[in-house]
Every structure is written in structure tokens, then in C-alpha cells.
Design a protein around this ligand. Structure first.
Ligand code: HEC
Ligand code: HEC
Length: 204
């Protein structure tokens, strides 16, 4: 299986480089120890995270418009104030995201303030479109190196550990609902799914 082989090829390097996470531990289960069934169960939980508003509001499509969705917003709608991230995904063509989403200590505690993290606030790459996508669509995107930033599962786990936006998503403050499970549990699920060979429900 293509996904599995690609994962194995990169794993000997990745284990040395990424064994110590900065905030979570990155300890993949032993090769061959995760059944397809358990891999699919891990995927189910991964999907609950990726489809959650704290993630999907930024993982939007080619219209380059972030979303305001989740319980703190009432009904789902495009980002207010005509915000458009442009093809740069960072608002360079219009108003930069950082104009409002620039980091100041403690400001995420205020409801309806612009969320802020100590790194560039911007849309995810258009290939990683999750908003409104099905479980199978997101599954196939996340295991496709052409659409996931060229990452295997250990590199996805490492990215999750290092991205401050994700730390915000599990601890957003201001009355926003955090992403489900925890960063550590999400990382563990990504590792289990990868070791199981990246199963998706549409595989034969
Ligand atoms: C503020 C917008 C924003 C939010 C919110 C956000 N992301 Fe992302 N995401 C990004 C950006 C930007 C990248 C590209 C970063 C890179 O490739 O270095 C990215 C890339 C990723 C990737 C790399 C793989 C891929 O398919 O591109 C993963 C995995 C990911 N995000 C997971 C999540 C999860 C899980 C959440 C919620 C807990 C989340 N993101 C919330 C902006 C966001
Ligand atoms: C004029 C100020 C302003 C600009 C510019 C701006 N935002 Fe926002 N953004 C906000 C405010 C305020 C909120 C919170 C609204 C609320 O909670 O009611 C927000 C919320 C968001 C959310 C929802 C976060 C969540 O899950 O609750 C995303 C995603 C987002 N912005 C992305 C962007 C991106 C990407 C850009 C650049 C293209 C951008 N914003 C530019 C003010 C701004």
C-alpha cells in the first residue's frame, strides 16, 4: 500500500528527529501493532477534531474566506467585515490578518475579540480544505503528501506539536469551545492511524 510504504520510508529519520515533542510526547505504536479496525477508530476521532470549528474555520477552500462557526457564533457565517485572505492566505492583497490577529498576552480571554497567537495568523493551504468536507474526503487529503505539505504521520504529529495555533485551538479562551479530546490524544490518534497504514473508509 502506497501510504504505508511512504510512512515506513521516512520513519527511521523521523523517529530520531522527532522522538521528543516540545509539548506532547511523540511515541508511535510499534510497526504492525495497530489493526485496520483500530486505525479506522482513531481516524473517526481525528475527523471529530479536523471538522471542529476551532480547526475548520481556517481550513477553508479557494474562496479564501475564513468562517465564523461554532457555538459562540450562533449560526455559521463567513468572517465579518468582508475579510478575504486572498491567494496569499494571509490577507496581503486586502487587509492582513495580523492587523487584528496580532499577539498580545491575555487578550484571548475576552469573548468575541480576535483570537491571537504568537505566530502568523493565516488560512491553512487551500489543499487542506476541511470546512464542510466529509470524513472520507478529509481522510484522503490528510494521507496525501501532495496535499498535506509532504508530511508522513510522524511529521504531521510533529507539526501538531510545534504549531502554536493548535495550542490555542485546545485552549481558546473567551467562551469558545475547545477542539475535542486533547492535543496529546490527537497526536496519539494520528500516530496510530499512520501505523495502521492510513486507512480510510473508502478503501477496498
Ligand atoms: C488560524 C488558522 C488555523 C487554524 C485555526 C488551524 N489551522 Fe491547521 N493549518 C493552518 C496553516 C497556516 C497551516 C499550514 C502550516 C504549514 O504547512 O506549516 C496548517 C496546516 C495544518 C496541518 C498540516 C497538514 C495539512 O494537511 O496541511 C495539519 C495537520 C493541521 N493544520 C491541523 C489542524 C488542526 C487539528 C486544527 C485544530 C485543532 C487546526 N489545524 C487549526 C492554519 C490553521
Ligand atoms: C478587522 C479585524 C480582523 C481582521 C482584519 C481579520 N480578523 Fe479574523 N476575527 C476578527 C474577530 C473580531 C474575530 C472574532 C469574532 C467573534 O468571536 O465574534 C475573528 C475570528 C476569526 C476566526 C474564527 C476563530 C474561531 O474559531 O473562533 C478565524 C478563522 C479568523 N478570524 C481568520 C482570519 C483570517 C484568516 C484573517 C486574514 C485574512 C482575518 N481573520 C482577519 C477580526 C479580524
Amino acid at each position: 500500500m502506497k501510504w504505508f510504504v511512504a510512512g515506513l520510508a521516512a520513519s527511521s529519520f523521523a523517529i530520531t528527529a522527532f522522538a521528543e515533542g516540545e509539548n506532547v510526547s511523540i511515541n508511535p505504536p510499534a510497526d504492525g501493532s495497530v489493526s485496520r479496525e483500530d486505525g479506522l477508530a482513531a481516524w473517526q476521532r481525528i475527523y471529530e477534531v479536523t471538522s471542529h470549528p476551532r480547526c475548520s474555520n481556517c481550513h477553508v477552500g479557494a474562496d479564501n474566506i475564513p468562517m465564523w462557526s461554532g457555538p459562540s457564533y450562533g449560526k455559521s457565517r463567513p468572517h465579518g467585515m468582508n475579510v478575504n485572505a486572498g491567494d496569499s492566505r494571509i490577507g496581503a492583497e486586502y487587509v492582513q490578518c495580523a492587523t487584528c490577529h496580532a499577539y498580545r498576552e491575555g487578550s484571548n480571554d475576552r469573548p468575541h475579540a480576535a483570537p491571537q497567537v504568537a505566530m502568523n495568523w493565516q488560512l491553512a493551504p487551500v489543499e487542506a480544505e476541511w470546512f464542510g468536507k466529509s470524513m472520507v474526503e478529509i481522510c484522503n487529503q490528510l494521507r496525501d503528501p501532495d496535499r498535506n505539505g509532504g508530511r508522513d504521520f510522524q511529521e504531521i504529529a510533529s507539526h501538531l506539536d510545534h504549531d502554536l495555533i493548535l495550542h490555542w485551538a485546545w485552549n481558546p479562551g473567551g467562551g469558545r469551545e475547545p477542539a475535542p479530546y486533547s492535543l496529546q490524544e490527537h497526536v496519539d490518534d494520528v500516530l496510530a492511524w499512520g501505523v495502521a497504514g492510513y486507512p480510510c473508509a473508502n478503501d477496498e
